[in-house]
Design a protein around this ligand. Structure first.
Ligand SMILES: [Zn+2]
Length: 231
């Protein structure tokens, strides 16, 4: 399965997010739907029947292989509740100016070190994404920052900020289809061109209200680009 499977509707408000993903059961159900959209499939033998054991394990009826909901995902082996992960992904991808190293632990209710590890895991996922994978069609795009300050170096320094691009491929009704997070070295014309050539399929329509994204229109293979107007 995709290593970064969680995607939220762009512009989703915090109350709406909490209504959909505020409990562990809701997050587990969302992860289950992403992992097994049609029905359970045993990762070992492909059989589709299983029983649910305690501790969130699923056991295949055929080969008795046991798998957890989080096995093979970025949540594998985590001691944090899924609600914390979901909220972290929501906060880090929806707030375009990023969160300071001190804000994230406060908002998640975890220690500074835990928040730092969690952010690094998400950064790592961005690095590991297939660099040849491109989005196509209608794409909503935004520039954002993750704050990469290290534990023990608290302060207001912005020297370790990681700029990245959050892009969501949607259908005509703005329903999200695929999400893509990419690290960039900055938002210069050269870097935006490099990003667009690697991450966006030729002929795509790019929609953004971010600063400087009209530069992307200068990339020859992007068919159109306009500002996103959100109500
Ligand atoms: Zn099996």
């Amino acid at each position: 399965m995709a290593r970064n499977p969680i995607q939220f509707q762009p512009g989703l408000s915090l109350p709406a997010f909490l209504e959909q993903y505020g409990t562990e059961e809701q997050c587990r159900a969302a992860l289950y739907r992403l992992r097994w959209p049609k029905e359970f499939v045993c990762p070992d033998c492909g059989n589709t029947t299983c029983c649910q054991l305690s501790r969130g394990l699923y056991q295949c009826h055929h080969c008795h292989h046991q798998t957890s909901l989080t096995a093979g995902t970025i949540f594998h082996g985590t001691h944090l509740p899924l609600t914390t992960w979901f909220l972290a992904i929501y906060l880090l991808t929806q707030r375009k100016n990023g969160l300071s190293a001190l804000q994230l632990p406060r908002e998640l209710g975890v220690t500074y070190n835990t928040a730092w590890k969690l952010k690094h895991k998400l950064l790592q996922v961005m690095h590991e994404r297939n660099p040849r994978e491109t989005l196509t069609g209608r794409i909503e795009i935004d520039d954002a920052y993750l704050d990469g300050e290290r534990p023990g170096k608290r302060g207001r320094s912005a020297e370790h900020k990681f700029p990245f691009v959050a892009a969501v491929q949607t259908d005509e009704e703005s329903h999200p289809q695929r999400v893509q997070l990419r690290r960039v070295s900055g938002f210069t014309l050269t870097e935006i061109r490099r990003y667009a050539q690697q991450a966006i399929a030729p002929g795509s329509q790019v929609i953004s209200d971010g600063l400087g994204w009209d530069k992307i229109a200068l990339c020859r293979h992007v068919s159109s680009c306009w500002k996103n107007i959100r109500g």
